[in-house]
Write a protein that binds this ligand. Sequence first.
Ligand SMILES: *Cc1c(COP(=O)(O)O)cnc(C)c1O
Length: 225
Amino acid sequence: MKDIEKNVKNLLNSLPEANPFGEKITLVGAVKTQTPEDIDAAVKAGIRCIGDNRVQEFRDKYELISQPCERHFIGRLQTNKIKYLIGKIDLYHSVDRFDLADELSRRSERAGVSSNILLQVNIGREQSKGGFDIDEIDGVYEKVSKLCSLKVKGLMAMLPESEDKELLCSLAHMMRTAYDRLKSADKDICTLSMGMSGDYELCIGQGSNMIRLGTAIFGNRNYNV
Ligand SMILES: *Cc1c(COP(=O)(O)O)cnc(C)c1O
């Protein structure tokens, strides 16, 4: 068996049936830098959703991936590149500012499609990361949910890199609390996207129901290809 296939099978076997809230966990393959062949191998082995970071890479590979799967966008998105994605993305994880939501709404309406989005929260308040502040997320949700041709499905976050498990747990817990507040008011809210190869177990433990894994599926990335 190829490594990718083995990794996917092991991952799917080792993930719990559900998170502590009884929700199923969706595994999204983070496919940046991976070849279409390797992506196809991961989908064949059981990955149902794949997530891209860069619009150019998404476009280059779009026609080359032959296995049927959901397509997600998980990277930073410039408003002037939205036009290349409209109608092709099942879920945008990384809506990190109002003008991006506004432009996604406009473009979706013009194309006659509805786009599913997650609001990205900068839970570690890191300079290097995009996203809304956790304290403003209810107001952001109110504003964004009024935009046409968009459906807010939940929240997304990337935890900071830290060895401090207690800190990470408390940040992940804050995300779940905000998510539950939105969910109690909106039945379309069903996704908390949180967890990467280094921290997905911790995130699931705090109530994440969607994890985005790259390294754990494909091994270390080679950015020089
Ligand atoms: C690359 C990436 C991941 C996966 O990272 P790994 O540590 O390789 O699992 C998850 N989310 C986003 C937004 C990414 O860019």
